[in-house]
Structure formats: C-alpha cells, structure tokens
Design a protein around this ligand. Sequence first.
Ligand code: NAD
Length: 503
Amino acid sequence: MITTDEKVSLKHETQKNISLYINGEFTSAVSGKTFKNMNPFTNEQINEVAEGQSDDIDKAVAAAREAFDNGPWKTMKLKERMAYIYRIADLIDEEIEKIAFLEALDTGLPISQTRNMVSRASENFRFYARMVENRLVGEAYQVDDEFINYTIHSPVGVAGLITPWNAPFMLETWKVAPALATGNTVVLKPAELSPLSANLLAEVIHKANLPRGVFNVVHGYGETAGDALVRHPDVQLISFTGETKTGSTIIKNSADTLKSCSMELGGKSPIIVFEDADFDRALDACVWGIYSFNGERCTANSRLFLQEGIKEKFIEALKIRVAAIKIGDPLDAETEVGPLIDKGHYNKVKGYLEIAKGEGAEVLTGDIPAEFVRGNFVAPTLILNAENSMRVAQEEIFGPVLTVMTFKDEDEVIKLANDIDYGLAGYVWTNDIKRGHRVAHKIEAGMLWVNAQNVRDLRTPFGGSKSSGIGREGGHYGFDFYTELKVIHVSIEEHRIQQFGKK
Ligand code: NAD
C-alpha cells in the first residue's frame, strides 16, 4: 500500500509533461504542440501532454514498419520474444501501486478498483505469452497420398491500437499484449482524456528493453492522430475500443487501405431478475454491475428488468443501497464512486437525468457533499417508472445511472431485453436452471452471465453483437486476429498437371 509521502512524490511526478514514445525514445510532437490533462476530482490541470498529429503518426508507423520488416522482433526465437513479454508483466507488477495511483488520479476511478485493473494488466501479458507458446501450432491435412497441406501463423505487420479512457491501462494491455506476443509491432493511440498510464506503459516497455520501434505511443486527439493511424497505408490492422459511432467512422475511414478491424463498442446491457432469484446476491451484483468504475463500464448492467412479484421489495432495497454508496476522492481507499472523467461527460450524464424527467420517468439521485463540488460528480442514480422505449432505456449513458423496468413473464422480458440496438452483455438471475440457460440463449448479446456478476476467465471470447462490436478479443480469438493464417500445399506424389500447348 502506498504511503502518504509516496503519494506526494507521485503527485509531484505527474507534473512532468508527457511525451510521445517513438522508435525507443521519448519525444515532443513534431509541431511542438501540447494539450492539457485535467484532474477529474479537482478540475485542475495535472500536466501537459505532447499533441501528436499526422506527422507524428507517420514517424511512429515508419519506426514500427522498419522494426517489423528489418528488426529482430518477428524472427527471434519464440522463447526470446516471450522473455520480453514476461519481463513486461513483472515490471508492471513492480509498479502496481504507482500505476493504480496515477490511473485513479487521471480518470477519477476509485483506487480500490484501479488496483485490480492493474493486476489484470500484467496477467494479460503472461496469459498471451502462454497462449502463443501453446497455440503457435498449425494443422496438417493429408490429401490422399498426393499432398500434405499445413497451416502456419505469421504476425500481420504494424498494429494500430486505439483505446478509450474508461479503463485505460487494462484495455491498452489487453490489446498490446497479444499484438506484441504474436510478433507484430505496435502504434498505440491512447485516449486523450487519460494519458498518464499509457505513458507508464511506455516507460515499462522501455525498461524491458524491447528492440527500437517495436512499441510506439502517440498521444493526441481522435480526429487527428487517431484518424491518421486509421488511414495510414502501412498499418495492417486496427483494434479499436470506444463508442459505437466512432467505430463506424473508423471502419469507413479504414476502407481505402483495406485494414482488418476489431471493434469493441458501446453497450446498454440488461440484468433480468426473476421472482425466484437469490434476492441478496442479485441485489449485490446489480449494484456493483452498474455503479462500479463510476458506471463508466461498457458491460455495465444499465437496464434492470424486475419481475413484477419482487418489484417493490427489490426497488426498496436498491434505494437503501444506492443512497449509501460512498462517493469521494478516487485516491481514498474507501471510495466506491468517484468523479466522471471530464466536464463534457459530466454534462452528458446530467443531461440524461433531465431527459428522463422529460420522458416522464422518476429520477432518484443524491446530493454531492460541498467538499466535492469541484469534481465531476454525479451521485449514484435510479431512474424509476421507466419504459423500454425511452431514450434513457435505449442509449448508453455511461455513468452511475440505473434504469429500472418491470416484466410479467419470460417471453415478455426476452422481447424487451432484445428490443435495443446494442448487444454487448446480459445478466440473468433465476434459480430455475432450465430457464437460466434458455433466457441466456435467447438474449442477443456477445456475453451472458447466469447468476453471476461479470467475472471473466481470460480464455473466453470477449465482445459484442449488433451495434456493440465486430469480432472477439480474448483467448485464442485475440490470437487469431493478430496473426495471418497461411496454408502451404506440398505435393508428395506426381499428381496430374494439365499440359497446355504440349504437342
Ligand atoms: P471514443 O469513441 O470517444 O474514443 C475512443 C478512442 O478513439 C480515443 O482514443 C479517441 O481519441 C479515438 N477516436 C475518436 N475519434 C476517432 C477517429 N475519428 N478516428 C480514430 N480514432 C478516434 O470512446 P470513449 O468515450 O473514449 O470511451 C467510451 C466508450 O467506449 C463507451 O461507448 C464504451 O461502452 C466503450 N467501451 C467499449 C468496450 C468494449 O469492450 N466493448 C470497453 C470499454 C469501453
């Protein structure tokens, strides 16, 4: 656990300005421009960040291209490359407290939660090292006695990785780990609202002494730096996590250079609680699932469907729990909900509370203590008497706001749950085992949990259907995205070959 003195020195350290990391060096942007990085708890400036634009993306891609084409990264022995990956994981573990602290400072996420995210980050590297060691195998096809065909996996090239601010370090490593372990080189464009931990990742990777150009970070805005990465002809793939609208823009803009794209997008996931569910556990999971990570969570269970028989009891219990959630300084270990990432997002979330009232729903929200008014705080909120057609039931609010609805029976709730554009996750609570499976099968989403909160084994596929994404990350699905599959056909007999033009 970090001491008060260490906190002071870390705060001091964050006042250093943040550079880009290109070709193994920390550097300013070509234009010399910077942008301000703000603290969501105080709305004071933390530091200045180098503002990368298309010139910087060109430099980073050129470095990554050179490292891919002529460097040792993709050709070195697997054991040697994996030693780098394990080393990155160890170095992250050594820095857990520091990274968790800076992540909480930069994003407003409570430190008790950023700690878990960071330990997950080092596991991402170990997991993908093991995955590559065990899964870098091909298939062989015997074709009569004439051919042996076999497959091999090769790295794809330069991977462009674009990440959001809501769980920055974890999500960056979730992409960087498989991309590097499989032998690609990387240009990472982190979210402009949360640059601190991406910079730490560059420091960690620098310390791990990866060959120059293998890993590069270009900070900057999406419409400039992000867009230049998406359009760059020397970038082979884009792995993107962020809003659905941005994902759609990226697919359009990457079309001319025909990139493969993995899209992890927004969500508005249902949690369905049947009358026979384990009431207390469903309540715990529901409250955690929407109010953890300040509600800025893609898989948040933001739409609650309660079966009519338990509606009153559940809502009463929810009101008590939600009113007691501890909001506060994200650096305080006791804090359960911190401030939202920035004023723009705060206004958006607050705007939805007005929309809810305008639509005729009841909004139950708490007051923010005077000592916290400088921060972007929205108190944990319940929207009651809502209907599925309302905007607050259909659109991603991405804050600590739960929209509550009711249903009569299984058929009705399946229709309601599926009557939405998104399809990322879903949660079903019932003690009828057949019904649990049945409903999970029928909900249109990429990931379902039955009688469980969002616990994930890294081997399982992660991603959404409908407007929530294209493709899957995690497990061997990530591995498949970052490798090119090639089949080699070898003749072992004298098979017939046509003899055009032979007299
Ligand atoms: P965002 O789409 O605004 O930004 C994400 C990243 O894209 C940022 O780095 C941004 O700079 C960049 N970007 C923006 N416009 C771009 C463009 N035209 N070209 C290239 N890059 C561009 O998303 P956000 O507000 O940072 O993150 C919140 C969203 O992310 C929510 O919708 C949330 O559900 C989603 N999310 C999804 C998952 C998932 O796995 N499905 C996980 C976390 C967050």
